[in-house]
Ligand binder design. Structure first.
Ligand code: MF3
Ligand code: CO
Ligand code: CO
Length: 276
């Protein structure tokens, strides 16, 4: 049984398995954190190119986050020591920034989560360095469509499983694999909260969406099979068949008649190619 909890104050910080229903204060907090997150991703657009290292991009994320009076939520999170995740080509998620040099044709996901005034703005986008293959660009397009199909459906009265099923249907209609091991999540004062938002599932199942629910949708879609493998660093997840993979993520809040996207790009840089 799903339990919901109307948030009026500090109880929002407890990880108690309930689905939190936030009020105006929460929307205000998430709007600011989400906007900063989106601005950081916007600022990275001209910087992602062949020759740059993922550590250099991480440095920019850290500086921009701190300059805005926020803290990168990933820094020190369960032992993660960087300000964002950068996942290149067959890396599904949680790629660790390093001295690795980005090369022509690489596709990468950058996932940032500034913690601003107690609220987490969690968002990621794909970037293309130089020229990517048609196959790679098509995967990126469809993955963005998967995210936005879910976002656009989100409103009071539907169930989370409706979103999962729609995303899965779209991805599989292109014969892509939907990653099962990682999912979206409640977000707010906590980085990762209830409910789990899976990207493959059955319509009509799962918790009903209610106004004030905050969560992410963040489908990971593989050009090949859905299976993933963890690398020995304990973080990096890769596709088992080494196929390319893509992901986009938004943090959203359910309103009376739909949803607010907290992490929408202020510059309209929603998906590659970003140069209009
Ligand atoms: N931002 C990721 C998410 O979308 C979580 C990254 S946790 C880290 O939920 F520790 F790997 F950074
Ligand atoms: Co997330
Ligand atoms: Co994220």
């Amino acid at each position: 049984m799903t339990e919901y909890q109307h948030i009026t104050g500090d109880e929002a910080v407890l990880r108690d398995g309930t689905i939190k229903l936030h009020g105006a204060e929460g929307f205000e907090g998430m709007r600011k954190a989400g906007r900063l997150a989106a601005e950081i991703l916007d600022a990275l657009v001209p910087l992602v190119k062949p020759g740059v290292t993922t550590q250099e991009l991480d440095d920019v994320v850290r500086e921009m986050t701190l300059d805005a009076g926020a803290v990168p939520a990933t820094l020190g999170y369960r032992g993660f020591t960087h300000s964002c995740c950068i996942s290149i080509n067959h890396v599904v998620c949680h790629g660790i920034p390093s001295s690795k040099v980005i090369k022509d044709g690489d596709i990468l996901n950058i996932d940032v989560t500034p913690l601003l005034d107690g609220w987490h703005g969690d968002t990621s986008r794909m970037y293309v360095a130089g020229d990517a293959s048609i196959k790679a660009r098509r995967l990126i397009d469809v993955t963005y469509e998967c995210l936005m199909i879910g976002v656009d459906m989100a409103r009071p009265g539907i169930r989370l499983g409706d979103i999962s099923a729609a995303i899965q249907k779209h991805a599989e209609s292109h014969r892509y694999g939907v990653v099962r091991e990682f999912c979206g999540h409640g977000v707010g004062r906590l980085f990762h909260d209830s409910p789990e938002v899976v990207h493959a599932g059955k319509a009509g199942t799962g918790p009903e969406l209610k106004p004030g629910m905050f969560f992410t949708i963040e489908p990971m879609i593989n050009l090949g099979k859905p299976a993933v493998k963890m690398l020995n660093d304990g973080w990096t997840a890769v596709t088992r068949d080494k196929s390319l993979t893509a992901q986009f993520e938004h943090s959203i809040g359910i309103t009376e008649d739909g949803r607010e996207i907290f992490t929408e790009s202020p510059k309209g840089l929603h998906q590659p190619p970003y140069q209009g």
